[in-house]
Design a protein around this ligand. Sequence first.
Ligand SMILES: Nc1ncnc2c1ncn2[C@@H]1O[C@H](COP(=O)(O)OP(=O)(O)OP(=O)(O)O)[C@@H](O)[C@H]1O
Ligand SMILES: [Mg+2]
Length: 337
Amino acid sequence: MSASPPLPVPRPSEIVRGLDEYVIGQDEAKRTVAVAVYSHYRKIGQPRAEGLRVAKSNLLLIGPTGTGKTLTCETLSRLLDVPFVTAEATSLAQTRYVGEEIEAVLSRLADRAGGDVARAGRGIVFIDEIDKLKAPRGETRATSGENVQHALLKIMEGAKVKLHDGRYLDTTDVLFVCGGAFVGLAEIMAQTKSFGYIATKDDDNRRILERLNSRVKPTDLFTYGLIPEFTGRLPIVARFGELSRDLLVRIMTEPRDSLYAQFREVFRQEGVELVVAKRVFEQVAEIATEYKTGARSLRGIFEELVSPILYIVPDDPAIRRVDIASLFADPVVVRAG
Ligand SMILES: Nc1ncnc2c1ncn2[C@@H]1O[C@H](COP(=O)(O)OP(=O)(O)OP(=O)(O)O)[C@@H](O)[C@H]1O
Ligand SMILES: [Mg+2]
């Protein structure tokens, strides 16, 4: 039984709309996450029928690096106004005392909640690189990885964990989100497609089958190398896709805090209007695609482009406007008078 009163929880569609302002693309993943988060927070503080334990809807986010997994969790915690911490499964696996590391993570969550343990008890813990806990190739067991999975299982189920300051944090209502790239999972899934295509012209049927077949099943995660107890605790899987060039362009220009918006603001404070042509964003996206780090490399490339200009702008108060038309052409500087 949870002592805390129910939270005002935004509806799934509202959560998706909130995410849309910051996370570009990944529409199906956003919907999956929104429903999971909605049902998780709806359960908190609701009276439960005697003896009925509603299973926790822990989430697993799968997808390549730099495609928005951490960003989604961060944005969620802001939308829901709950504290948020991230931890890396690999660093948990490197310590001798997993328990202590987990206490440290939850202590950080309490700090984020301003020391309010009850508030921390409804926070979000994102555990990244969960795929690295798998048994290495050719081995059936990865002792350290397996230990971490067992330790995580306990707190994901709900446990009272002693914090550094001696107080206890009840993790029953904490939302645990695991993340990982799971390289090679697609091949495993291809081998275990369980629903065959029926000869039909009905497009809807086909779509339903495709959806079922693209679902990541606990058995796929087991084949991948995670222990079955753990895979069983991650019933909801949201898949983040590779970001296309178009999406990368939108990421640089559309979100409220997009790179373009940020740099326009930097220039504005110097009294200068920065105008970057769409072509430039396409060129940046092209280069970022080659780096294969999702949206992560966009900032570096963009910074390299504008920092020579930012170098000269403060020296020349007459500059009013800077036009960048291409990565491979000098920017056009417009001065007053
Ligand atoms: N879909 C997206 N929409 C908007 N920005 C994005 C998106 N994906 C990535 N980004 C940008 O790239 C940065 C890195 O993304 P994020 O940290 O979410 O990646 P990740 O999927 O968690 O990767 P990793 O698996 O390496 O942890 C973000 O801070 C954000 O600026
Ligand atoms: Mg991440």
